[in-house]
Design a binder for this molecule. Structure first.
Ligand code: URA
Length: 274
């Protein structure tokens, strides 16, 4: 097999980065992770949800969907819920993540990608998980999709240095950018919920299907969730926060025809913060 074909094969398998000088015994890593206390996935959501509006629904009148009360995170993931809820500040929360043990993604990732932006922002954008660029730099949304997200934000007067905050459901990159598993999401959920409570945004914007389903406790995909207004609730919040799901910029880079719908959602966000 020519070397280029071998490299392509590695990339298809998800081995797209050389991250160490020496060899790693991944069998030992996997065994350690399997022995670690990983929480079960949240129970399947049995309830139905309101039908998605027609694509032509006017921007000015998005329907408001009350997310069903979230199950107490403590029931689902006791191992991380205590550490997350004990955090009194973003500094505490970062330290709790840095101190988390027995989580395999920490071993394969290069950096913790905590989040960046201002506290009490107009909008908190929450993506799925860091990619290769984010993992290398330890910052969220800094690759191609991050550049598009920055432009989308700028189009409605938002900037991560002034009035917005950006983070992800998972603060560590899944190897090869694979989708996070339900168990990985369950472990990280108490942290992102606490992150939202500590950042205190006016509006929560789940970016992409994984973030929308996770934060809004929905089963439908982003095609059906976008274009609607939800409420994000948490026991640590005095009142529910408006939540507006948005297409992931990586999807928009592949499907430019969907940008018009994303623009409607951005206008909905702008309308709420005004
Ligand atoms: N995609 C995400 O969901 N998050 C990032 O930080 C980068 C790409």
């Amino acid at each position: 097999m020519p070397p280029e074909a071998l490299l392509e094969w590695y990339v298809e398998l998800g081995a797209d980065e050389a991250i160490g000088e020496g060899a790693t015994d991944w069998f030992a890593t996997a065994a350690a992770a399997a022995a670690a206390p990983v929480a079960p996935a949240a129970p399947a959501d049995a309830g139905g949800t309101a039908a998605a509006p027609a694509v032509s629904a006017p921007v000015s009148a998005p329907s408001i969907v009350q997310a069903r009360p979230q199950p107490a995170p403590s029931g689902a993931v006791p191992a991380t819920d205590g550490a997350a809820r004990a955090a009194r500040s973003l500094t505490d929360l970062r330290a709790a993540l840095e101190g988390l043990e027995g989580f395999a993604l920490k071993v394969t990732a290069t950096n913790l990608v905590f989040g960046e932006g201002v506290e009490a922002p107009d909008v908190m954008f929450i993506g799925e998980a860091p990619g290769a660029d984010e993992d290398r730099q330890g910052r969220p949304f800094v690759g191609a999709s991050g550049r598009l997200l920055d432009r989308m934000m700028q189009s409605i007067g938002l900037d991560r240095t002034e009035n917005a905050y950006i983070t992800n459901i998972l603060p560590w990159r899944p190897p090869g950018n694979r989708e996070p598993t339900a168990a990985e999401i369950a472990v990280c959920l108490p942290f992102i919920r606490r992150h939202i409570a500590l950042v205190r945004p006016r509006v929560v914007v789940p970016v992409g299907g994984t973030a929308a389903k996770t934060l809004l406790d929905q089963r439908q995909g982003i095609m059906r969730l976008r274009g609607r207004r939800f409420e994000f609730t948490d026991p640590d919040l005095e009142q529910p926060l408006p939540a507006v799901p948005l297409f992931h910029p990586a999807f928009l880079l592949r499907s430019a025809g969907q940008k018009a719908l994303a623009w409607r959602d951005l206008l909905t966000i702008k309308q709420i913060i005004q």
